[in-house]
Design a protein around this ligand. Structure first.
Ligand code: SF4
Length: 330
């Protein structure tokens, strides 16, 4: 690993100034992804700005939303009283992610920024547009079993990788907002805009600018406190990234769906929302037939690569199962 400078400021503005002033500086908190990238030579910052001394750990109820500080640990969020009461979908998604040890180290801000687990990205022997733009994509002709089936509308997409986070799928379903601060001040980014499709910059996973620091995630008060489910399908239950995952939240009254939220992981370069399917669920009775029809329709635009055609069946089945489980249909 390349040697680097290490600083640990205790004021926000000092941390932001330290990274903004140096194009080769990076923020670090739990380090559960960045240290791996550095050990493999995929990231080589000249300076690490440790933000764990900043006051960004609080989980609190505000007027109309819950704010989760960027440095709150995944494990703390998943067992916090407010989260379990008001947004249990987020707790389920966090508990489905990573291992217990990792959840004890990983922060909410870091979870938002974790990089893809495409194996070719981590192996410098292979060309990878995300690691080195314009070098090619080894997954296109290689083993692409875990790769995307949605969001690849370009004739020749630059990257076929999927976003790895479980937490982000729940945050997408819950209309979260990301509060960030940079050298020129604060801004709020809707979760749906935070992660990018690869386009002509597959190396950029998010719209964050260099020097912008995530301060918190804000989740609006929503009626999805009970009829929710996060379903993750993976190769081994103990610890693996999703082949596909589904976040479902329903508002149900008198056996009829008032509002619905549906998002998936493991299918696209960013957490994937299904607004048409959500609309199709509204005012419908809670029934397996309705769920089956909506699940099939949701995957209308999905396209398989050579090795992941199984996802075209697995994804709608996972949506159906998640909807049934959320609604209590056995
Ligand atoms: Fe790289 Fe993306 Fe291709 Fe994987 S899918 S090899 S991350 S460009």
């Amino acid at each position: 690993m390349k040697t680097f400078q290490y600083v640990r400021p205790t004021r926000l503005k000092d941390a932001i100034a330290a990274v903004s002033a140096d194009p080769d500086a990076r923020f670090i908190a739990g380090g559960t992804n960045l240290i791996d990238l550095m050990k493999r030579g995929l990231a080589a910052p000249e300076k690490l700005v440790d933000i764990t001394g900043l006051p960004l750990k609080k989980i609190e109820q505000k007027d109309g939303f819950i704010r989760i500080g960027a440095l709150a640990l995944n494990s703390e969020v998943a067992k916090h009283r407010l989260i379990l009461e008001k947004i249990p979908l987020l707790a389920q998604a966090l508990n489905a992610g990573a291992s217990g040890q990792l959840r004890n180290m990983a922060t909410v801000g870091g979870n938002l920024l974790q990089r893809t687990r495409c194996p070719y990205f981590y192996d410098p022997v292979f060309p990878c547009n995300k690691r080195q733009p314009s070098s090619g994509c080894a997954a296109r002709e290689g083993i692409n079993r875990t790769h995307a089936i949605l969001g690849q509308n370009d004739a020749n997409p630059s990257c076929l990788a999927v976003h790895p986070s479980d937490m982000c799928v729940a945050l997408a379903a819950l209309d979260a907002t990301i509060l960030v601060m940079g050298p020129t001040g604060e801004r709020r980014i809707p979760m749906g805009d935070f992660h990018r499709l690869p386009g002509d910059r597959p190396d950029r996973d998010t719209i964050l600018e260099h020097g912008e620091l995530i301060l918190a995630v804000e989740i609006p008060d929503l009626p999805f406190t009970q009829t929710v489910h996060y379903l993750k399908i993976r190769d081994r239950a103990s610890y693996a990234f999703a082949l596909v995952s589904v976040a479902v939240a329903l508002e149900v009254a008198d056996h009829r769906i008032k509002t619905a939220r549906l998002a998936m992981g493991g299918v696209a370069h960013k957490p994937w929302r299904f607004p048409e399917a959500e609309k199709a669920l509204e005012n419908q009775p809670v029934s397996e037939d309705v769920f089956r029809q909506v699940a099939g329709g949701a995957m209308r635009d999905a396209k398989a690569l050579e090795h992941n055609a199984f996802k075209l069946t697995m994804a709608p089945n996972a949506i159906l199962q998640a909807l049934k489980t959320a609604a209590g249909i056995l």
